[in-house]
Every structure is written in C-alpha cells, then in structure tokens.
Design a protein around this ligand. Structure first.
Ligand code: ADP
Length: 189
C-alpha cells in the first residue's frame, strides 16, 4: 500500500491538495477534521462528545481520534492506499498509526509537509471564514488552533524525520505548481 501523510498547519492547503492527489493516484482520502465535522452535523454521540472542543480550536483527545481513524481505514480493505490529512497531529497519534499499519503488514510511505508562513496562513483562513463560516476559523479560535499546532503537532515532524520519511514542499504560490511538487514526491514510490 501507498500511505501518505499530508502535513501542515491550519490553512496550509492540505484539503485542496489532498483532493488533487486522490484524483490522480486513486488513493482514499481520510481527513479527521472532515470526519469530525460530519459526526457533528449528523449529531452522532461522537459528534456531541467533540463539538465543544473543536469549536474552541482544541485538539480532540488522542484515544477518540485514533479509534475513529482506525475505523475509517478498516472500511476500505483492498485499497491502493491512503492520504491522511490532519492526522497524525500528535506524536502519540503517529506512533499509534505506525503500530496499526504494521498490524496490517503496511507502513507510512512518506510524509509531505506543506511549508507556509504564519502571515499567509492567517490571511487564507480569514478568507475561508467568509466562505464556509467555520466557527473554529474565527480569530480567537484560530489562534488556539495555531497554538495547538506549535505546542503539540509540530513534534510529529522530527518523529518522521528520524524515520527518513519527511519531505518538505513549499506551500505558497500557484496551486498547480505546489501540486506538481507534491507529485514529484509521490512519484518516487
Ligand atoms: P485545519 O483546517 O485547522 O487543518 P481540520 O479540519 O483538519 O483543521 O480539523 C479541525 C479540528 O478538528 C481541529 O482543530 C481539531 O479540533 C479536530 N481534529 C482534527 N484532526 C484531529 C486530530 N488528528 N487530533 C485531534 N483533533 C483533531
């Protein structure tokens, strides 16, 4: 299997680029943010459990997130592979994902980190807020998400660097030019 992690701070373009990647490579896209939003809109018990945390810009506890992710992977037996978007966001999640994939005789192929500076991120999310009205895109909640990213999520990078699986791609500029850079990484496998 080909298992890619698309990594980056809020607003880095993970959703946009994931969509293009799954179209080209026929991989299954798993976005934990999308899955949580789906649970919230359907008012499932999981949705009710996590909605306040998400609206506040905090991370959902690892145990809940990992269980949801594993369930989603299990729903797609026989696939060519996955693009993980928004997961792992903590080192504990990364380690759990390794163990889980190993139990399936598989592994993470590569981690592609989209590099975008903070000024550009804030600008993009302000634009997105106008279009989608996501409560967690409001300025104070966004600040919380950026803090969560720098406190917890950034440590995932050295975890994968130590495994020699990390590639960084410039995430600023033309969407198709960024996509071309991502494809260069994917095409190595
Ligand atoms: P972003 O646009 O900030 O990258 P996402 O759509 O991926 O955000 O996620 C939205 C929210 O869902 C996060 O702020 C967090 O509350 C929750 N969430 C998503 N993925 C995870 C995860 N892997 N671990 C914990 N919480 C998560």
């Amino acid at each position: 299997m080909l298992n890619f992690v698309l990594f980056g701070p809020p607003g880095a373009g993970k959703g946009t680029q994931s969509q293009k990647l799954i179209d080209r490579y026929q991989l299954i896209h798993i976005s934990t943010g999308d899955l949580f939003r789906d649970h919230i809109s359907k008012q499932t018990s999981l949705g009710k459990q996590v909605s306040a945390l998400i609206a506040d810009g905090q991370l959902v506890p690892d145990a809940i997130t990992i269980a949801m992710l594993e369930e989603e992977v299990e729903k797609n037996p026989g696939t060519k592979g996955f693009i993980f978007d928004g997961f792992p966001r903590t080192v504990a999640q990364a380690a759990a994902l390794d163990t889980f994939l190993e139990s399936k005789g598989s592994a993470i192929t590569a981690v592609i980190a989209l590099d975008v500076d903070q000024e550009e991120l804030t600008k993009r999310i302000a634009e997105r807020q106008k279009l989608t009205n996501r409560v967690d895109d409001q300025a104070d909640k966004l600040q919380k998400r950026i803090e969560e990213y720098f406190n917890k999520t950034i440590h995932v990078l050295p975890y994968y660097e130590a495994q020699h699986k990390l590639s960084k791609v410039n995430g600023i500029g033309d969407i198709d030019a960024i996509f071309a850079e991502l494809c260069k990484v994917v095409d190595q496998f």
